[in-house]
Design a protein around this ligand. Sequence first.
Ligand code: 2P0
Length: 333
Amino acid sequence: MNTAPGRATAVAHPNIALSKYWGKRDFGHNLPAVPSLSVTLAGMATTTTVVFDPALATDAFTLGGQPAKEGDLRRVTSLLDRVRAAASLTTRANVLSSNDFPTAAGLASSASAFAALALAATSAAGLAWDGAQCSDLARKSSVSAARSVFGGFVELRDGHPGDEDLAAASVAPADHFPLRVLVAVTREGPKSTLSTEGMLHTQRTSPFYPPWVETAPALFARVRAAVLAGDLPTLGVAAEESALRMHAAAIAACPGLIYWAGATVEVIEEVKRLRAAGLPAWFTIDAGPHVKVLTTPEREDDVALALAAVPGVKRTIRTRPGGPAILVPEATP
Ligand code: 2P0
């Protein structure tokens, strides 16, 4: 419940793509070149408060207690400008946001950030927008954020010219089948190439970008069917293929874009060893060095123990499918 007019707080979770998005069909409208399917994660969250304040001359954005960088403030302002236009408002806003997981480290912080911001900002502006409208708004700032508006398993189709609105949609709820996702953190601190630049560079220079775009829809269909069937082994294999093809396209860019650390490869090898030993374990990797491992609740402890023992793994975060972005009561100071 958000009682004070002009302000609202929302919580959103990161998501991990099982079928990856990498590349834009239209940079101006931020339309993805390939369809993607993700699982929204419980256990990690962004909390964002938006306060429209007539006393402000410009928007202000504080991230984790620190004034945000210029570029981050610009992205926040551009989302707020869309909200102001829709609500016929001119008032500037103060945005306070915090993550309970590392920012910009390949843990999809922009996904939860813009999903929380879209929900908090529209609510604070008095707009009663539904999930699809918030998802489209979030997607215009960050494609993966469109998916974090919804909980459980979520899809986002590829965009085509003329797609002014493009929202993600739910495929199956969080409890559709028993899944655990373990994040093997291989490096602390922000990554060197942000996703937006990384995919633009891949698009411009990688000879493997066209085959990536051409083959991604069939992989997406395999991932989607496996999710609907609750078939983790089939899902795991398709998710690994999607991650490796995305990285293959990025690695083949000029110069090559290698998001992996040495420990990333060590974890991949360990996942293969676990699988050969009969444990359910499949990996996926986003635009960073960490490895996310899909497994079952029954074998989560065994897999977590094995990952923690891999040289170079700093720590392991245990997550599971989680809920949608929601409005929450504000904490009293
Ligand atoms: C994904 N990633 O599907 C893929 C896999 C990273 C690797 O979406 O430019 O922050 O803001 O739309 O959404 C990360 O890219 O990029 C991402 P923009 P975004 O989750």
